[in-house]
Design a protein around this ligand. Sequence first.
Ligand code: VGL
Length: 198
Amino acid sequence: MIDKAALLVVDIQNDFCPGGALQIRDGDRVIEPVNRAISVFTTAGLPIFASRDWHPTQSLHFQESGGPWPTHCVQGTVGAKFHPELKLTDKTVVLSKGNNSELQGYSAFEGVTDDGLTLLSILEELETTRIYLCGLATDYCVLSTALEALKLGFEVTLLTDAVAGVDISPDSSEKAIREMADSGAVLISVGELDSVPG
Ligand code: VGL
């Protein structure tokens, strides 16, 4: 593993898992591989980020206000909490996004820490060059984060067994993965992490 890598865990929150307000059919299946990735990055002393959807009660993102989605991940609710089986470390940097009721808040680069720091500013400070990406949902927030990261000049590795999609149309995750790869993302499984040259 290269020393300028960071792990970015996208939106593994109760509302995106089975039983949640915007459940991804098998959203919770990513938790075990994501926990393995967290453990690899922790052992290597590399930074870990976790983004979360953090919406106000009313948002243009929600169907109630003419948006595309059922109300989900409202700040302070159980649905907005990280899934209880996700083993984030104390050092994990949490990024909240979607707080602006007029933005969709898909990309983790819209996220800020409680202190108002952006993901980009922290990655620049750490001189991170490659982002390892996992979480929910493949066809929305993971896709949008990957494309923005690539556009910003980061190298991106997608952990393909540690993502799951909303799949409103059945092949949208597959298409999203193809789009990420075509844009320059490297695809590997969590099991390959230890042997990744960079
Ligand atoms: C997401 C749909 C709506 C995501 C968020 O986290 O991918 N998807 N809001």
